[in-house]
Design a protein around this ligand. Structure first.
Ligand SMILES: C[S@@+](CC[C@H](N)C(=O)[O-])C[C@H]1O[C@@H](n2cnc3c(N)ncnc32)[C@H](O)[C@@H]1O
Length: 292
């Protein structure tokens, strides 16, 4: 048995190749991936709006991977981003993606400023990030950990190190946000002066955010839902027809309400929906220091 899962995890993520747009479109989990991205967009938007009036907006992204959230942070108008991940190749690709994004911003003379950034390769469950920042006294407004927090639960010592990394440079009143497959253990965060604001199942968060104008707009723009029934002959369903029972019921209900055919609904196959429903979004706020 190996002592630690870290090398296996890092190797796994290092090996995953960057796929082109066309190849990604062929993926069996295309919509689930887009849907997860939509959830993260809504969460990042919710919390970058809360810090909108701060003069400087600093963010730490733990387990940042290949930089799938860089654009979301750009849209959130932050000033500085620290990306940390255990997988060296992912960190390199993340940095490359950031450089391209910044160049595009300049070339296309997009509005505002593109944030500055630094990139750290580290096992965030074992190493102290504060010793690695360019500016060790940096204070973050938001710490984000998307689909990566569960890796710290290999041992309680690692969980505590991760939580220390999350909390020690987070400003009082700053936010710790993330997405996890199982919410039971996140409550440990209360040990490091973090107070739980909420923890919601993806399906509930979806219900809440799809009603908001931006949420509705992004659902379409990000292709977060599959159209049922297929609109064109060349649109192939991700699952078999039985996998779309919920969509079929919805169409029946709409017909009963006298909507005219053809009716198309946005949905996910049953298999993708079941995986999606295992996840939660959460948000903590760092407690203000008590007066002595
Ligand atoms: C499922 S990916 C999520 C990537 C990114 N946050 C996103 O949402 O697209 C999980 C990431 O966690 C990273 N990770 C796993 N264990 C880690 C650790 N101990 N320290 C830092 N990063 C870790 C992996 O390398 C991987 O990039």
């Amino acid at each position: 048995m190996t002592d630690s899962l870290a090398p296996i995890v890092a190797q796994h993520y290092n090996k995953i190749e960057e796929k082109g747009l066309e190849e990604r479109k062929q993926s069996r989990i295309l919509y689930m991936r887009n849907f997860n991205n939509w959830i993260k967009s809504m969460l990042i938007k919710e919390f970058t709006e809360k810090i909108r009036d701060e003069e400087k907006k600093y963010v730490l992204d733990i387990g940042s991977g290949k930089g799938g959230d860089l654009l979301k942070w750009k849209k959130g108008n932050i000033n500085y981003l620290v990306c940390a991940d255990i997988a060296e190749t992912s960190v390199e690709q993340c940095q490359q993606r950031y450089v391209e994004m910044k160049e595009r911003h300049k070339r296309q003379r997009e509005r505002g400023q593109c944030f500055d950034a630094e990139f750290i390769t580290a096992d965030c469950t074992k190493e102290r990030l504060k010793d690695m920042y360019k500016e060790p006294d940096i204070k973050f407004n938001i710490v984000s950990c998307q689909f990566a927090f569960h890796y710290c639960f290999e041992s309680i010592v690692q969980a505590r190190r991760m939580l220390q990394n999350i909390s020690e440079c987070l400003k009082p009143g700053g936010y710790f946000i993330g997405t996890v497959p199982d919410a039971y253990d996140i409550i440990l965060a209360e040990e490091v002066d973090l107070e739980l604001l909420y923890c919601k199942r993806f399906e509930d968060y979806y219900e809440e955010k799809r009603k908001v104008q931006e949420g509705q707009f992004l659902l379409t723009k990000m292709q977060a839902l599959e159209t049922y029934p297929p609109m064109h002959d060349n649109q192939k369903l991700m699952g078999c027809d039985d996998d779309y029972f919920a969509a079929q019921q919805k169409i029946k209900a709409l017909l009963a309400e006298k909507e005219q055919e053809p009716i198309y609904v946005g949905t996910l196959s049953q298999a993708e929906w079941e995986v999606f429903c295992m996840y939660c979004v959460f948000a903590f706020v760092k407690k203000e220091k008590e007066e002595k």
